[in-house]
Design a protein around this ligand. Sequence first.
Ligand code: VGL
Ligand code: ZN
Length: 202
Amino acid sequence: MRATDEALIVIDVQNDFCPGGALAVAGGDEIVGGINALMSEFHNVVLTQDWHPIGHSSFASSHADQEPFSVTTMPYGPQVLWPDHCVQGSGGAEFHSELRTDAAQMIVRKGFNPAVDSYSAFFENDRTTPTGLEGYLRTRGVKKLTMVGLALDFCVNFSAVDGANLGFHVTVEQDLCRAIDLDGSLEGALTGMTDAGVQLNG
Ligand code: VGL
Ligand code: ZN
């Protein structure tokens, strides 16, 4: 077992990010078995769940004349517009059916604010509104985070960089992640995580 000050953070292993889903990440389902096995090593397991209301501002369908995967400007900065995905209560928002959700003590839902997206498990995309995860981890004495899940270049990336900037020791297990890779986003994410002091394994 890992030390009690370590937590495994499993990012957005949901049907819509797996093959057949609305925002499918290639090979997204291939990581589930390995994540389940890794959960057995940790006293502390947190899951995140992308959780958008119908008509969320990150959906291309919510904007006139905008295609999925285009970039728009929101009051808080640039925002990729996505196909409708992870709508609250939908099957696509459910965790992959084989993910061991029983092993988690905490599930953080994010992206529920209609006007602001939230890639990171710690802060919404305005980069200031907290999800509460930092307080949860600190009050439970957690100092080291291992991150896995979907997508490596978006939600895992933002979560890892924020975690490192908050002072957690963050490791990303790349073998247990898959990327969207949109216009060089994967390369940018790997550079950004390295620069932030995130340890990239695999
Ligand atoms: C994600 C795009 C939109 C992710 C979530 O989990 O990486 N990407 N919403
Ligand atoms: Zn989303």
